[in-house]
Design a protein around this ligand. Structure first.
Ligand code: ATP
Ligand code: MG
Length: 295
């Protein structure tokens, strides 16, 4: 164990996920605040937790990936991961706190750029995230966006393991990955992360999951139709958006994965590269503080 649970005081619940609960905790001695992700580690989940820890360690040093401070067993036999606390919460929660009002373009440019930097750090270390969505992009009071939740992430070895099963979030799956989940076969996992990021940015622009009408229930059949046969970029109205923004989404949401831009290429796209960095980061930070004040 790298720390003891008794060193920390639980302050509140930050979130609940598939495998466990995330708490805000304070170190009794130093008063430093962290997020503690407690995963109910039965035999099958335990391997997944170790994989998540392995990825967090490999990603150490990236300033756009939530940092990892250690793991420990809990008295009840679960596993706890000590993480950097992101005090603005997830972008998904931020959207809801805004009453689902769309993010303005400058704020979206700041989100896109920072998430791309995180993905660039991961992809350059042969790590794919596989679950990029607004709930897994976290923000802090400084307006910094970081990638979290490696519960289904993967370090790629030589080839893709076709027997590897995992629960991703189907709604953010790219067309080729959706096909491969349904019928088997290989897909480019780096390009699949790019699709998910494009969809996440589009969701923050639309205020709801962009491939289905607002409030529609997510089911497999409906998703297959919109992901595999729909055109994700068609939901972006011309007049209301800049051509740079529409162009950026088109590069992320190319249905054919070979035509999709890579993370490195996207970092040079005018939507993120030509945007005034200080101005777009200020727009995102203002949006965050406005939402925090309202709630
Ligand atoms: P999995 O997909 O592996 O089941 P999960 O969804 O259970 O993971 P996370 O996504 O890591 O777990 O965390 C769930 C929620 O808890 C997040 O959406 C976020 O709201 C909150 N959270 C997680 N990590 C942090 C953190 N470091 N700082 C602040 N809030 C966090
Ligand atoms: Mg999650």
């Amino acid at each position: 164990a790298e720390f003891r649970m008794s060193e920390f005081e639980k302050l509140e619940v930050l979130g609940n996920g598939n495998g466990g609960t995330v708490y805000k905790v304070r170190h009794r001695l130093t008063a430093a605040v962290y997020a503690l992700k407690v995963v109910h580690a039965d035999a099958s989940l335990r391997r997944q937790v170790y994989r998540e820890v392995d990825i967090l360690r490999r990603a150490a040093g990236s300033d756009r990936v939530v940092s990892f401070h250690g793991m420990a067993p809990t008295p009840s036999g679960d596993v706890a991961l000590l993480l950097e606390h992101m005090d603005g919460g997830s972008l998904d929660a931020l959207l809801r706190r805004r009453g689902c009002r769309p993010f303005p373009e400058p704020a979206l440019a700041a989100v896109a750029r920072q998430a791309l930097l995180g993905l660039a750090d991961l992809h350059s270390r042969q790590i794919v995230h596989r679950d990029i969505k607004p709930a897994n992009l976290l923000i802090n009071a400084a307006g910094e966006v970081k990638i979290a939740d490696f519960g289904v992430g993967k370090v790629l070895r030589r080839s893709l393991d076709p027997c590897d099963s995992y629960v991703g979030t189907c709604a953010y799956m790219s067309p080729e990955r959706f096909d491969s989940e349904s019928y088997g076969g290989d897909y480019d996992p780096y390009a699949a992360d790019v699709w998910s990021l494009g969809l996440a940015v589009l969701e923050l622009h639309r205020g709801h999951f962009p491939l289905l009408p607002k409030g529609a229930r997510l089911d497999w059949a409906a998703l297959m139709v919109v992901i595999c046969f729909g055109d994700a970029t068609r939901t972006v109205p011309e007049g209301a958006t800049s051509s740079e923004f529409r162009g950026f989404l088109e590069c992320c949401l190319q249905k054919e994965s070979r035509k999709r831009w890579s993370v490195v290429e996207l970092l040079d796209h005018p939507f993120v590269a030509a945007a005034d960095r200080a101005e777009s980061e200020k727009a995102l930070q203002d949006l965050l503080h406005e939402a925090l004040d309202e709630s």
